[in-house]
Unconditional design. Structure first.
Length: 238
């Protein structure tokens, strides 16, 4: 969306990016490359929004504030810090690392500058659009699907370091909501991140035990996934 907005000479005052602190290195490099392009074309830099302490601190170290949460932890004999691994119904990470930061800044700009907010939702995910007179959805307006948007990026030399050739989604590499197959690929293509994930899961299980807070996925710890993937590899069926 941004590349096309630049090409179509649409006005751009500010580009916001929420950094979850758990982005793939290729995504960080992509953002830096995009920032250079934006600066060359429009003389502005991407504004990065990020939580002051980041994902791992929130997961393991943030002190509990609410009395009920503290009482629950004490009753279970669990530490009084950290939200634990996110899960489908407890996606604290999306709120704390993306939406809260983004909504606060967007609302400020809408109010103080009467800004229009252009959002890169694609034509095939238009159900996600919100009815707000200050929102614009250029890709939906232009009928550009997610696959077409990716191709537009590729055609202009933005290939995300090959991430989308490997993974279906390229959000946080440590996301427990991703499919097992994506995790298998993480182990193969990003062994250093896989090693960090094993460490994070070991730390979480040591702190909270094998329940929902402490175990990576409902039925899988990262260690058990490691055993499974290693076995598959040995048997030649990975
Ligand atoms: S990608 Fe996963 S871990 Fe990252 S913010 Fe979204 S739900 Fe949370």
């Amino acid at each position: 969306m941004l590349l096309l907005m630049i090409e179509k000479e649409m006005p751009i005052d500010c580009v916001l990016y929420a950094d979850t602190t758990m982005e793939f290195p290729e995504m960080e490099a992509h953002i830096a490359k995009l920032d250079e392009h934006l600066y060359r074309e429009r003389g502005i830099h991407i504004t990065t929004l990020s939580h002051p302490h980041g994902f791992e601190w929130l997961m393991l170290d943030v002190p509990m504030q609410q009395e009920r949460a503290i009482a629950r932890r004490i009753a279970k004999g669990q530490p009084l810090t950290g939200y634990g691994w996110p899960a489908m119904r407890i996606r604290w990470c999306t709120g704390q690392l993306k939406t809260h930061l983004m909504t606060k800044e967007v609302n400020r700009l809408k109010k103080e500058k009467n800004a229009l907010h252009h959002i890169g939702i694609a034509a095939d995910e238009a159900h996600r659009c919100k009815d707000d007179p200050q929102n614009r959805y250029p890709l939906v307006e232009w009928g550009i699907t997610e696959a077409q948007a990716l191709q537009i990026c590729y055609n202009r030399g933005f290939d995300f370091g090959g991430l989308y050739k490997i993974y279906r989604r390229a959000s946080c590499w440590c996301c427990p909501l991703q499919r097992i197959d994506e995790l298998r690929k993480l182990r193969t293509h990003h062994p250093e991140l896989w090693a960090r994930l094993r460490e994070m899961d070991n730390r979480a299980r040591a702190m909270y035990g094998p329940g929902p807070l402490g175990q990576f996925k409902k039925d899988w710890s990262v260690e058990r996934l490691e055993e499974r993937f290693a076995r598959e590899e040995k048997e030649g069926c990975a």
